[in-house]
Design a protein around this ligand. Structure first.
Ligand SMILES: Cc1cc2nc3c(=O)[nH]c(=O)nc-3n(C[C@H](O)[C@H](O)[C@H](O)COP(=O)(O)O)c2cc1C
Length: 258
């Protein structure tokens, strides 16, 4: 009986061992599998994480794209707003008694500015450089004041100067009459009062024989940080009221791509 009992015990032990072995084995297998799984998971994680990375890369890319889009759209918006930035049409013009057209309610340069505004419409804001101290209505007296201002190299002030925010504009079209072979001194006030850096500046003027009198190049040298286009337009004051002047102005603007 003892022998049989011992044999049964041995058998049971062996069976247990085998059973345990089998239990260990799956565990090992599992370990292996889980390692493989882990590896593959790791790989997967790697992949996933790579994918995630990719995804996150992608999302980053998407973000970047978004950002780029944002940047782009901001850029675009900026560009749009750049492009959408209005043109400033600024001019000085004096009504009253003229050299060749008698006494008028609207000055010659202002008429020319009107043609420009009609052509550009909403693309342009208008700013009239309006002297704090009006020039005499009498032509001769006006020339005397102008002579004094030139001799003193004065900078006559103009109204609403602080309400003009030049940063809103990237293009400025500036107009003036020729006074004593130069720009009226108030134009120098205007040029010195604002920051023209990076702006594109176009010029036009009226005169009674002097053309632009070298003012386009002198303004270019004054506004060295701006892009001053010297392909300006000069029209005789006596001719400004002719209807042909409107098309001359329009053709000039078309030629500039405005
Ligand atoms: C003080 C003064 C000086 C002028 N000097 C000149 C000049 O040197 N050369 C010229 O061609 N015209 C000269 N003119 C004529 C004006 O340039 C011309 O009449 C111009 O069209 C006036 O523009 P506005 O009506 O917009 O003020 C002068 C006019 C004034 C009032």
């Amino acid at each position: 009986m003892k022998k049989i009992f011992c044999l049964i015990c041995s058998l049971l032990f062996i069976v247990c061992l085998v059973g345990c072995d089998k239990e260990v084995a799956p565990a090992n297998d599992e370990t292996v599998i889980s390692r493989e799984e882990n590896i593959s998971k790791e790989d997967n994680i790697g992949i996933v994480s790579e994918e995630n990375t990719e995804v996150s890369d992608k999302s980053e890319k998407v973000e970047n794209v978004k950002n780029n889009n944002t940047a782009l759209s901001e850029g675009t918006l900026n560009n749009e707003s750049e492009q959408g930035k209005k043109i400033l049409l600024a001019f000085f013009s004096r009504a009253d008694e003229k050299y060749s057209v008698g006494t008028v309610d609207v000055g010659n340069t202002e008429i020319m500015a009107g043609f420009i505004k009609d052509y550009l419409g909403d693309k342009a804001d208008t700013f009239k450089i309006d002297p704090e101290t009006p020039y005499p209505a009498d032509y001769k007296k006006c020339t005397e004041v102008a002579t004094k201002e030139k001799d003193e190299d004065s900078r006559p002030e103009f109204k609403n100067a602080s309400s003009l925010d030049l940063s809103q504009y990237d293009t400025i079209i500036l107009g003036y009459p020729i006074w004593w072979g130069d720009v009226p001194m108030i134009i120098n006030t205007f040029l010195e009062k604002y920051d023209f850096s990076g702006k594109t500046v176009y010029l036009f003027n009226t005169h009674e024989g002097s053309g632009n009198s070298g003012t386009y190049s002198s303004i270019k040298s004054k506004l060295f940080s701006a892009d001053v286009n010297t392909n300006g337009l000069a029209i005789r004051g006596a001719d400004v009221r002719k209807e042909s002047s409107r098309s001359t102005v329009e053709n000039w603007l078309k030629g500039l791509g405005l």
